[in-house]
Ligand binder design. Structure first.
Ligand SMILES: C[S@@+](CC[C@H](N)C(=O)[O-])C[C@H]1O[C@@H](n2cnc3c(N)ncnc32)[C@H](O)[C@@H]1O
Length: 306
């Protein structure tokens, strides 16, 4: 039977999230899949992502290649291009971290870090930069356990900060863990702002603007507001909205299309750059990858704190 190509909201499955983030694991699975491609073909590379995916999922994929192909085609029909946009996001954020090290950042704060492994795989971080990984305690605990399993102990250059952005004061927690407000810092929010309420986004941005050294950077990605409120005309927008309600990690925050610059200026940021799907497609998808679709609903944005 042909599976549906749209995803309708259902009352039964509007469950509240419990336990570690399933979305963080799904993003790690994208990194695994991309990393398995040959060096000249892959868009991003993360040799550690594999440790953060349920071994049963990987074993199923290895012994059922046809079924796995069918499933990924099914998800591609529901969310055309979104997986490739997520993989391009990993690459864009990696490149931005590398450039920021060259620009002399002394701290990297990864908010909603999930199973981010940059602290372990980006050259120069360990030697030059203190890394703070901030996430919900439920996901954080799983991450810490896995990092100990992989590396034998927790790395000295990383500080883990358990925070629920909806209920905790993120800034107080960060400072209590040794964050230095005077240093040039890069704040990464990858796959985060869409999952926290607008008030929490505002509080977080306000802390960043008021408590970071001159020349600090912020990099995040976002969906247009229409995807978050369910009014998006595109099928992919409707489907992602309904799918996330059903997984218990619903979308909570978006930015009106064309308004990111105004949004960030109003909150005290400068030198704002918006990166569209068309732009990152042009940057990374060449040769063998040129026909891979990306999704116009996922944007990246960065800015400076002066
Ligand atoms: C889509 S995942 C992205 C993870 C990681 N940044 C990546 O790109 O692989 C979203 C992350 O945000 C975290 N998150 C969502 N809501 C949160 C909250 N209220 N407080 C703290 N973390 C939250 C989740 O635990 C999860 O790790």
């Amino acid at each position: 039977m042909q599976k549906p190509t749209s995803f309708t909201a259902s009352n039964e499955t509007n469950a509240k999230r419990k336990g570690s983030s399933k979305m963080a694991e799904l993003i790690a699975l994208h990194r695994v899949a991309e990393s398995r491609k040959p060096e000249g073909e892959r868009i991003c590379y993360d040799p550690y992502a594999v440790y953060f995916v349920d071994p049963e999922t990987l074993a199923f994929a290895a012994s059922n290649p046809e079924k796995t192909k069918e499933m990924s085609e099914y998800y591609e029909r529901l969310f055309p291009g979104l997986g490739n946009s997520i993989r391009a996001r990993v690459r864009y954020f990696d490149d931005f971290v590398k450039n920021s090290i060259d620009e002399g950042i002394r701290q990297l704060v990864i908010l909603g870090a999930g199973y981010d492994t940059r602290a372990h795989r980006i050259e120069g971080l360990k030697e030059k930069v203190r890394v703070f990984e901030v996430d919900h305690p439920d996901t954080h605990n799983v991450k810490i356990k896995k990092v100990k399993e992989i590396f034998g102990s927790l790395p000295d250059h990383v500080t883990y900060v358990p925070v629920d952005f909806e209920t905790d004061n993120f800034g107080e927690r960060l400072i209590a863990q040794g964050y230095d407000r005077s240093l040039k810092t890069l704040f990464l929010l990858e796959g985060l702002v869409m999952y926290i309420p607008p008030e929490a986004v505002d509080e977080t941005l306000s802390f960043i603007v008021r408590n970071s050294g001159k020349g600090s950077f912020i990099l995040f990605d976002y969906y247009p507001e229409s995807v978050v409120d369910g009014s998006c005309e595109l099928e992919v927008g409707k489907n992602i909205h309904n799918y996330l309600v059903q997984t218990g990690e619903p979308l909570k925050f978006g930015i009106k299309e064309g308004m990111v610059e105004t949004f960030l200026i109003e909150r005290g940021f400068s030198r704002i750059q918006n990166v569209t799907a068309e732009e990152y497609k042009k940057m990374y998808f060449h040769g063998i990858n040129k026909d891979r679709k990306v999704s116009s609903i996922l944007f990246f944005a960065h800015a400076v704190i002066e």
